[in-house]
Design a protein around this ligand. Structure first.
Ligand code: ZN
Ligand code: ZN
Length: 279
C-alpha cells in the first residue's frame, strides 16, 4: 500500500483559480499519474484559507487574500471525481471552536492539521515581499521560534481535531537561509511528544521537504523515532501541487520508514483510520 493524501490540485500562486484547476481533466491527470506510480490511495487536501467559509474562522490578511472558493462545491467536486476528500486546516489556538464548526459541517475522509502560523506570524513565507510583515523570521530568536513551534505542534495533535499531523518539522523549511538553533534538536521535538502521544493522530511523513531549501524529508528521523516510541501511526504523502509531484521520491521515504522498523501506514475513509502494509 502506498498513499498520497496531502495533495493540492494546483500551485500556491495567484492565478490558480478553482475554475482552472477543479476540472475533470485535471482530476484525471492526478488519478492517472498516481496509478502509474503505484499509489493505491489518492486524496486531496486543499488549504482551508482558499475557502470563503474560512473567513468565519480568521480574518488574517493571508486568509482575506486567498479565500475565494466555496468549500461545499470543492467537496462535491472531489466526490464526483473519485478522489478522497480531505482538507489542510491550520491549527489556530483560541479558534478551535470555529475550525471545528467548519469541519463538522462537511463529510471528510480525513483532515490534515498544520502549524503554519504562530499567532499572526507565518513559518513559511520568508522571501515573499508581500508577506514580510508576517514573516516570523524577520528578527525572531530561532530558539524561541523552534520552542513555540513544537509546543504548538503538540497542542495541534492533542486537540483531537485532525487525523494527520502535517509536515511535522516544517520549521526547518528554510535551512540556513534563516537563523537556526544549534545542537541536538531533540530538545525541541520533546515539546511536541506528550501531545502526539495523547492525540491519537497519524504523523505525516512528507517528501515535500526534499523540494524545499532544507532538502530533507519531513520529519527528521530523530523526530519520527520519538513519535514511534509513543506508538503513533504514520501517514505517507508528497504535498504535491502538480501531478508530477505525486509520490515524489517515495523510495527515500519508504527506505527511511523501513530503517525505523515501520511496516504499516495509515489509510483513511470517512475519518476512520486503519493500518495497511507499507510498500
Ligand atoms: Zn502545509
Ligand atoms: Zn499542503
Amino acid at each position: 500500500m502506498l498513499t498520497d493524501y496531502h495533495v493540492h490540485l494546483r500551485p500556491d500562486s495567484g492565478d490558480s483559480t478553482a475554475e482552472r484547476y477543479f476540472t475533470q481533466e485535471n482530476a484525471e491527470r492526478y488519478r492517472e499519474t498516481a496509478a502509474e506510480r503505484g499509489i493505491d490511495e489518492l486524496g486531496v487536501a486543499e488549504h482551508i484559507h482558499r475557502f470563503v467559509q474560512s473567513l468565519d474562522i480568521w480574518s488574517h490578511p493571508w486568509y482575506r487574500h486567498w479565500a475565494h472558493d466555496d468549500v461545499d462545491e470543492y467537496v462535491e467536486f472531489l466526490r464526483s471525481n473519485g478522489l478522497k476528500v480531505g482538507v489542510e486546516a491550520d491549527f489556530l489556538p483560541g479558534r478551535e471552536d470555529r475550525v471545528a464548526n467548519f469541519l463538522d459541517e462537511r463529510e471528510w475522509d480525513y483532515v490534515v492539521g498544520s502549524v503554519h502560523f504562530l499567532r499572526d506570524d507565518a513559518i513559511d513565507v520568508h522571501g515573499e515581499p508581500d508577506w514580510e510583515p508576517w514573516d516570523i523570521w524577520r528578527g525572531a530568536d530561532p530558539e524561541k521560534v523552534w520552542a513555540r513551534y513544537f509546543e504548538t505542534l503538540g497542542e495541534a495533535a492533542r486537540s483531537g481535531m485532525f487525523d494527520i499531523l502535517a509536515h511535522p518539522d516544517l520549521v526547518k523549511v528554510f535551512a540556513g537561509k534563516v537563523p537556526r538553533p544549534d545542537g541536538d534538536l531533540r530538545r525541541f521535538y520533546e515539546r511536541a511528544m506528550d501531545g502526539i502521544a495523547e492525540g491519537d493522530i497519524a504523523v505525516e511523513v512528507s517528501t515535500a521537504g526534499l523540494r524545499k531549501p532544507v532538502g530533507e524529508i519531513y520529519p527528521a528521523p530523530a523526530f519520527l523515532e520519538m513519535c514511534l516510541e509513543t506508538g503513533c501511526p504514520v501517514a505517507l504523502s508528497s504535498d504535491a501541487h502538480v501531478p508530477e509531484e505525486l509520490g515524489y521520491e517515495y523510495e527515500r521515504a519508504v527506505e527511511m520508514l523501513q530503517e525505523l522498523g515501520v511496516s504499516e501506514i495509515a489509510v483513511f475513509g470517512a475519518r476512520e483510520r486503519r493500518l495497511e502494509r507499507l510498500g
